[in-house]
Design a protein around this ligand. Sequence first.
Ligand SMILES: Nc1ncnc2c1ncn2[C@@H]1O[C@H](COP(=O)(O)OP(=O)(O)OP(=O)(O)O)[C@@H](O)[C@H]1O
Ligand SMILES: [Mg+2]
Length: 427
Amino acid sequence: MKLLKSKKRVNYWLRKNQIPLGLTKNKEIIWKRFTFKSDSLIFSARPGIGKSVMLKSFYFWLFQNQRPLIVFDPEGLDHRLSYFPNSHALKLPPETKPWGIKSLDSGQRAYYFTISKNPMPHERKFIPALSTFGIKELRSLGFSPGAIRKFLNLLEEYGPFKDFDTLMDFIHKFPIREDIAERYQRNMPFLLHDKQYLPNDVILSSTKNNLVQHLYSIMQEGIFSLNPEDNVSFIDLIKKGHSVFLSFDGHYDVCRAMVGKLAGEVIGYLKYLEDIGERDTFGQPWFIFEEMDGIIPRNPEPYEEPIVETLAQLILRFRKLSVGMAGACPSLTSLNKKVAQGFHEYIFGRFAGTELTEIASITQENSIISLVNNLYWNRHVNGGAGEREVLYVTELKQKYKIDPFECPCEIHREPTKVKKHESSDIL
Ligand SMILES: Nc1ncnc2c1ncn2[C@@H]1O[C@H](COP(=O)(O)OP(=O)(O)OP(=O)(O)O)[C@@H](O)[C@H]1O
Ligand SMILES: [Mg+2]
């Protein structure tokens, strides 16, 4: 890939081929090597310990190393800030300055997208087109299998619809019995749409209800489009070696559907390159998941099972195509087990109870229990920034207790002071 060849502005850590992670008690620096082999790392720690900061700091270095990143942030709190340099950086790796993730001299760029109604200045709002999702993705949005079949058929037979109102009007009046369909052929009802119902075309009333119910909630949210031309081609950006950051404003269902779509497209592309013997022309892309257990939960709702299973299968194929993966989640017991077991490396914050047994079972290391149980964590010191210790477990099962570095990019901080109102303001 052209981008990988550019050697301009190579900084200290990249020259050493290292990703700095943190300091041991004796102030030794613990780092991880950049590798082009399959690689993956998960940050699991209870809320507030600093997973998001560690995750962001980790992929900051990947980006500097010109890896195309595909970042999924379902809540949309943490990763949209990556664009800005860290304004209060306390503990950055030596030789590192605050820096945002925007672009590299090599030409690689980071593109930020959101489905939120209030994009930040550097973000672009995107509205995925419903018709570009597959059956499993639509199923994960709550549509019944019958409703999906009918919906896709409806778009094919009668589309395009100019807007949701027109589509909803068309579905509302759709005949639910043959006799109604027959009557319509003699006397068509008034329709907002410019096409009419075909003879004998009917919809089951339960299918209609399911379709109306889900389309209605989607319409209220305004997060899907009916027009495939509204779609941004993320895969084209990724193919050019750029990075995409996607935030979903709390919509885990939409995030999950997008993970399915993009993971499928990236795997398809890499598989194609492999088949024509050109896999080495493209660098190693990394998929990054914030709140990963929410995206690929261990105990999904029944209607979410097919997509969660698909995501787990896609992710397990990453290894064969040397796609990297990093994630953050508050507990491994809530993450899909196959996925949790599939990681090469782990970083844990302090845990107690059943979580420890799970950690031992997933890493296959019994000695880890007391180490994880005794990690230090005090959030009340250091001006509210806290003191934290995490355990880094390498692929070779080495274990390092470290005080993690902060991130060069801006981070989402807990407010440390509560602003007091003047008494006159209250009165
Ligand atoms: N290495 C660090 N050095 C200094 N402060 C940090 C560090 N990591 C995190 N913090 C602080 O701790 C707070 C919590 O960090 P972060 O949001 O990463 O936690 P989290 O584990 O992702 O929490 P949640 O589960 O709520 O998402 C942040 O407000 C940040 O200011
Ligand atoms: Mg977080």
